[in-house]
Write a protein that binds this ligand. Structure first.
Ligand SMILES: *Cc1c(COP(=O)(O)O)cnc(C)c1O
Length: 490
């Protein structure tokens, strides 16, 4: 038998807590003060700047063995990290598609980490709050309260979870036990050619393969062409495939186009398809008074993916998936483990949230959504969505007035696709010129845009999902793009 540890060993027991809590208090307060200054001054800094080589090199050093005082660690953060952000919290960041965060949400992430609860489930307040935020998401988009749902890392995971449930329901066999090889008629999913790339990854992860997701042509407004959809489904049935799921997009990432959700809900019912709505961009239009009608019909879907880290501006990460059929949702993920049996009372007496998705341990991402919604009220978030759409239409107006600019896609909601287009310039030269303008705008710290190709036409893309943007920022963009265009055009 081993000897019991003696008193000397006990004395040597260690913890990560500070020896003196008083010592960290001053530094912690300074971090909060600095954070307030950082956000207050964001407009004065460049949107983005290239890291100097020494800064980059600092991230290539090996794991530290010896301790460093926390003040020194924080000094390294303030010097090497904070000045070189992606930039999406800046008022003139409009690249790709992401939210701009908020301070209350950041405080909430801190508090959530301090409380430290695991949202795999259990009977504790964080789990009840997490469930409440999912219920609020249902309420915001008009989904029935009997539906199920869960918070996940973002829209990609939300879409994946929904498509797993759709596949299992439509497979006609027990996919969980027997795998996709047991499916008799090959399943087919449908979406427009504007569908987000995460659906491709989902189809691959589902074992159905990329080809099982048929891309249906989009019309001039970049919405799914329903006649073409109908034809594709008839063709698949004739070929012995099983049409299973229709993925509608409420707000495409390229141009913000919204598929006709009412028509697609009717169509899915006629054809007995699972209707999933990728609402990562647009589902929350449902709370925006001037634009809610654009997503009417979303409440008829079998499942919806939405993204609070986009138009609710929650700090990353938080996405949400809602599934109308709660039994089907749990049926896709529930497992009973001997080490996770429920008890009649106590900590294990509430629902296991890990049975609603793929993670076991889950972070407490609900608090940042909860605190910001409480602080501002949902109506303000709705007005901010309307504000971004009005700003996009303001920019569209400026582009239409300027002969050197060309609008490349119709502006639906908050995404504007345009290019600098001097008369008589060939496609390749114009593309190179626009990319150079975009890079100079980034490198000079003026604005962050991205680019894309819509129905074969290359363009710059301004996605205004930003509560800090003002119209004057868009005026600056127009002025600076014209300046750079004149400077760089041959
Ligand atoms: C952003 C987006 C996604 C992916 O969401 P993440 O939160 O980035 O994982 C999916 N679909 C659409 C339409 C999106 O805009």
């Amino acid at each position: 038998m081993n000897a019991l540890p003696g008193p000397a060993t006990l004395d040597a027991e260690e913890t990560l807590d500070p020896a003196e809590w008083g010592d960290v208090r001053t530094l912690a307060h300074r971090m909060i003060d600095d954070s307030i200054g950082y956000l207050r001054g964001v407009r004065e800094r460049p949107v983005w700047q290239q890291m100097p080589v020494e800064v980059k090199a600092s991230f290539e050093r090996p794991v530290p063995h010896a301790p460093t005082p926390l003040d020194e660690v924080y000094r390294q953060v303030t010097e090497n990290l904070m000045p070189y952000p992606m930039g999406n919290i800046h008022p003139r960041f409009w690249s790709w598609y992401m939210g701009s965060g908020n301070f209350t949400g950041a405080l909430a992430d801190f508090l959530a980490a301090v409380q430290g609860s695991n949202l795999g489930g259990g009977n504790h307040a964080a789990a009840s709050l997490d469930i409440q935020v999912v219920n609020w998401c249902k309420e915001m988009i008009g989904f029935p309260s009997s539906a199920s749902g869960t918070l996940v890392s973002g829209g990609s995971m939300a879409n994946l979870i929904a498509l797993i449930v759709a596949r299992n329901v439509k497979a006609g066999v027990n996919v969980r036990e027997d795998g996709v090889a047991a499916i008799e008629k090959p399943l087919r999913f449908y979406a427009s050619d504007q569908v987000h790339s995460c659906h491709r990854k989902a189809m691959e992860a589902l074992g159905l393969g990329n080809k099982a997701l048929r891309r249906i042509p989009s019309d001039a407004d970049l919405r799914i062409d329903i006649a073409a959809l109908r034809a594709a489904i008839a063709e698949d049935r004739a070929a012995g495939n099983q049409p299973a799921c229709l993925i509608a997009t409420a707000g495409t990432v390229n141009t913000g186009a919204i598929d006709d959700l009412e028509a697609l809900a009717d169509f899915a019912a006629e054809e007995a398809l699972w209707l999933h709505v990728d609402g990562c961009i647009g589902a929350l239009l449902a709370i925006a008074p001037a634009n809610a009608d654009r997503v009417s019909g979303i409440e008829r879907a079998d499942s919806v993916a939405l993204d609070p880290h986009k138009w609710l501006h929650a700090p990353f990460e938080v996405g949400c998936v809602l599934i109308r059929d709660a039994v089907a949702h749990r049926g896709a993920f529930a497992v009973t483990q001997e080490y996770l049996e429920s008890t009649p009372r106590g900590l294990a007496s509430a629902e296991w949230l890990y049975e609603l998705g793929l993670q076991t341990t889950r972070g407490f991402r609900a608090l940042k959504v909860w605190m910001a919604l409480k602080e501002h009220g949902v109506e303000k978030f709705g007005r901010l969505i309307d504000q971004n759409i009005a700003q996009a239409h303001h920019l569209t107006g400026l582009i239409e007035q300027e002969p050197l600019f060309e609008l490349v896609a119709p502006t639906s909601i908050n995404i504007v696709c345009f290019r600098y287009s001097p008369k008589g310039m060939g496609d390749a030269a114009r593309k190179a010129l626009n990319i150079e303008i975009m890079l100079r705008l980034q490198e000079e710290g003026i604005a962050a845009l991205s680019d894309t190709t819509v129905h074969g036409e290359h363009c710059l893309r301004v996605a205004i999902n930003n509560h800090r943007t003002r119209r004057e920022d868009l005026d600056i963009l127009v002025r600076e793009t014209l300046r750079l265009g004149a400077l760089l055009a041959p």
